[in-house]
Design a protein. Structure first.
Length: 306
């Protein structure tokens, strides 16, 4: 579908399309824009971009995925829950939503059972309640929306980052230098291996910003415990940025080192440690801290955590 903009209204792209596409919510439109199913003049755009006369907006709706997810009684580590949301401590190894190769046993299956179907529908039938995701082997804090208004608010907070804080702990194979810095790049699909993400030259990809600080090092293994504060939420962002700094994460099967001297921790050493945001309905500030997995102890024991 292609839409031609006739006037210079100055409207945001998402607001303009919400008026044009009555069967899609504004939040769903924002997701489609970020996932590049909606292009302006053939190029990726942002929901807040203004539209102008002559713009050609192409909309390619992804095919609906049948709802094959079934409730399953899978234990969840619930840190907080009310009528609008819940915050989980996701275990490493748990897939967030069903996909080829992982048709069940996922977080979505567990949520359908735990919440008895009361989950927001904005993410589509295949991702009910899912506001953001953690990679399969990443552990830690993850928020789930139980109502559509909560989902919309949380998506906005994640996008604008004004009230959202996400802090991770990572163990790197090598020590990133300098010991404290901000990595500011663009991240997009790897030009050769489409299963990977990579730092790319602008205007390709999307802006990705990570503050990091080395908290402790281990001279014997040449590894480091690194605190990462995300200002954007790109796919594999910390994994790509640490690889870009020459210190990929320990246990990373995609971006990690493959030599025999690599430390083996039995998992991807990335943990979503702290999560803060405003309650999507009441506005109350909420802060959560996920218990640090035992695999991190050899590094966390070397220095006090902030």
């Amino acid at each position: 579908m292609e839409i031609q903009v006739e006037t210079n209204s100055g409207e945001r792209l998402d607001a303009f399309l919400a008026a044009q596409l009555a069967d899609l919510s504004r939040s769903r439109i924002q997701t489609l824009i970020r996932d590049q199913f909606i292009l302006v003049n053939g190029n990726p755009a942002k929901p807040r971009d203004g539209v102008k006369a002559g713009d050609r907006i192409s909309v390619a709706l992804p095919e609906a995925v049948p709802d094959k997810a079934q409730p399953q009684d899978i234990p969840l580590d619930v840190m907080y829950e009310d009528d609008d949301l819940l915050v989980l401590n996701k275990a490493s190894g748990m897939v967030v939503h069903p996909a080829p190769g992982n048709p069940d046993g996922t977080l979505v299956n567990a949520l359908l059972h735990h919440c008895k179907g009361k989950l927001s529908g904005i993410g589509g039938v295949e991702r009910p309640g899912i506001v953001h995701r953690l990679d399969k082997d990443t552990s830690g804090c993850l928020v789930v929306a139980k109502s559509d208004p909560a989902h919309q608010s949380l998506v906005t907070q994640f996008s604008e980052r004004s009230t959202m804080e996400k802090i991770y702990l990572a163990v790197t194979d090598g020590v990133p230098k300098p010991g404290k810095d901000t990595v500011f790049t663009h991240i997009g699909r790897h030009p050769v291996n489409r299963q990977k993400m990579a730092v790319v030259n602008p205007p390709g990809g999307k802006t990705a910003i990570t503050d990091y600080e080395v908290l402790a090092t281990d001279a014997a293994t040449v590894t480091a415990l690194v605190l990462c504060h995300l200002h954007t939420g790109r796919t594999h962002q910390i994994r790509v940025h640490m690889h870009h700094k020459g210190a990929p994460l320990v246990g990373d099967p995609i971006y990690g080192k493959s030599n025999k001297n690599t430390v083996h921790a039995g998992r991807l050493m990335l943990h979503a440690w702290r999560l803060a945001f405003n309650h999507p309905i009441t506005g109350q500030p909420l802060k959560f801290e996920s218990p640090i997995p035992a695999e991190f102890e050899p590094w966390t024991s070397k220095a006090p955590l902030p």
